[in-house]
Design a protein around this ligand. Sequence first.
Ligand code: BES
Ligand code: MN
Ligand code: ZN
Length: 479
Amino acid sequence: METKLLYQPLDKIEADAVAVVLFEEEPAPAELKFASAWLDEMRASGEFSSKTDELSVLHQPSGLRAKRLVVVGGGKRASFDLRRATGGVVRALKQRGVKSLAWWLNGADPEAAVEGAMLGNFEPDQYKTADQGKSLESFVAVAATNGADLDAAFERGRILAESQNFTREMVNEPANRLTPTVLADRARAMAAECGLECEVLDQDRMRQLGMGALLGVAQGSSEPPALIIVGYTPRATPKSSDHLALVGKGVTFDTGGVSIKPAEGMEKMKYDMAGGAAVLGAMRAISKLKPSIRVTAFVPAVENMVGARAQRPGDIVKSLDGKTVEVLNTDAEGRLILIDAITYAKRQGCTHLVDAATLTGAIVVALGHVNIGAFTNDEALLGRVMAAARAEGEKMWHMPLDDDYKELLKSAFADLANIGGRWGGAVSAAWFLREFAGDTPWVHLDIAGTAWLDDAKPYMAKGPTGVCVRTFTKLATGW
Ligand code: BES
Ligand code: MN
Ligand code: ZN
């Protein structure tokens, strides 16, 4: 889709449709005076009352060059979400065959506008050969007056949404097409295109290093694992010596292993690399927005399979850190691969760790599909992550990590067990990671409930959401 920011009065805009937001309890903007009879009548009849998600179309509006005037309900101004509004309008109008949409900003933020439009236009339909959905070809945000700030904001929005869609496309790939090796290839190609460093540790190298926890998960698959490392170094000498690690779970398919999952819904487990894809998408955006902090992404990529060589419940593995782990359940594999990546990130000199992982079903029970579960050993770092999330419209909820939960991970035969029992499952999983983060400031984001939409939203297609890409990028650019 082509995107542009233009400076024009409303009546000069040429497009299949021009959209204008109307708020509850506010008069329509003066520029819509020519359509006041139409608006009054719709309001009187109750057909349009400016509530969120309402939309009305006037064809051949007499005062405009655009072919359609679309009025969009914004609800109350204080709770208006522009990203969702543009996303919703794009999705509604492309269905009706509209190819070019102009959005009259009327003072609103062009960044959120273009993000919403690009995210709404994304469809995970690349494997449909017959009936791919209709899509928008052009989105123009229209501002009243020129401004370098507006141009920069628009460009930022374009980069963020493009990167988020890059992530969504990878998450949507089925596991037969996206193996750990293919994920590594995609990371390498992205890094080369964006001027980022990229290194991939293979199985032999991981063996030499002693990444027993990661390798234990990988050994049940005929697809070799990969530890993908993508690095960004600022050009100018950075203000601080901080080095941010973004660690993303990259399980390209999770059968559960020998502790196998039920058949029902297992197909969804192709999204178990959503954390890994999110950190790669963030690195893509970071390469273009050039923050002044060093950032390195670590994606442990494996397939969790059943096979003659698969690890068994009761197996004891030795992690890179040296601690031993009793694998009581082979389906708790995410934490096993993450601890070796976290230890490796620390050894590479990273001073701050943030991980994203589709780690537990328990977080979905706790928070549903709305909030990311956020855990930390460092309130200050969590504060930064939450502020970035808020600015980017991604919701997260601070979850507890009291010492009382730690004992859930006791093992009779090793330093730690990889599961903590039925209750508080998201917390014990986070505690497991924390044991390896140690004293390094660390935030864990459990995105099992938020990385995938089981049902389409008005503003977003069913399937991968690309959650965390914007938050991670904002975290780096605002450091
Ligand atoms: N990838 C899953 C987490 C998951 C489960 C995401 C269901 C979305 C829906 C993870 O590897 C897993 O299997 N976790 C187990 C842990 C348990 C064995 C302690 C879970 O949550 O059931
Ligand atoms: Mn699992
Ligand atoms: Zn998993």
